[in-house]
Design a protein around this ligand. Structure first.
Ligand code: DAT
Ligand code: MG
Length: 170
């Protein structure tokens, strides 16, 4: 039995465009893990670049950033979630399948729904964290502590002065 872990899952713009959200959530529910955070997020260039910072030197980096930002699918958004429970990282990675959708097990999410574009972009439908260190880095990049319903990592309260935020017009 593994320890309890958190892992970041993104339904990438191709997954949203292909209306796969329901299918993917159903597949992931096989794991019996808990969703402890979820949102639809706009992906800025900064966020996409930080998310894939370890791939900066790869020849496909620019295309990958455009893909995550939704520029290839005219949907500038992803669905971001944190799954939590025993052995969460490996359980979600196993269902996601291999990075290359052509090599992924055909019953995995990427194998069933992914494709490689003629430009060589792996449109592989979902992201799943690959280890605990990456999971922590990615979860802290995509979510603030108040957006997650369990205490995953140390946090602190601050009184922020002069924070610019958007509120509803009343
Ligand atoms: P994973 O998403 O399985 O963790 P990764 O972190 O190595 O894989 O790469 C991140 C993303 O970059 C991956 O989902 C798709 C893209 N990618 C990786 N290798 C690629 C390649 N050789 N050609 C095109 N895209 C690639
Ligand atoms: Mg990875």
């Amino acid at each position: 039995m593994g320890a309890e872990q958190a892992t970041l899952v993104l339904i990438k713009p191709d997954g949203l465009k292909k209306s796969l959200t329901g299918n993917i959530l159903t597949r992931l529910s096989e794991t019996k893990l808990e969703i402890v955070a979820a949102k639809i997020a706009k992906v800025s260039k900064e966020l996409a670049t930080q998310h894939y910072v370890h791939l900066q030197d790869k020849p496909f980096f620019e295309e990958l950033i455009c893909y995550l930002m939704g520029e290839l699918h005219s949907r500038r958004k992803v669905m971001a979630m944190v799954y939590w429970g025993e052995d969460a990282i490996n359980k979600v990675r196993a269902l996601a399948g291999a990075t290359n959708p052509e090599e992924a097990d055909p019953v995995s999410i990427r194998g069933a729904y992914g494709r490689i574009t003629t430009k060589g972009v792996y449109e592989n439908v979902i992201h799943a964290s690959s280890n605990e260190q990456e999971a922590q880095r990615e979860i802290q990049l995509w979510f603030g502590p108040d957006e997650i319903i369990v205490d995953l990592y140390p946090s602190k309260e601050i009184i922020a002065k002069e924070v610019k935020q958007r509120v509803w017009v009343k």
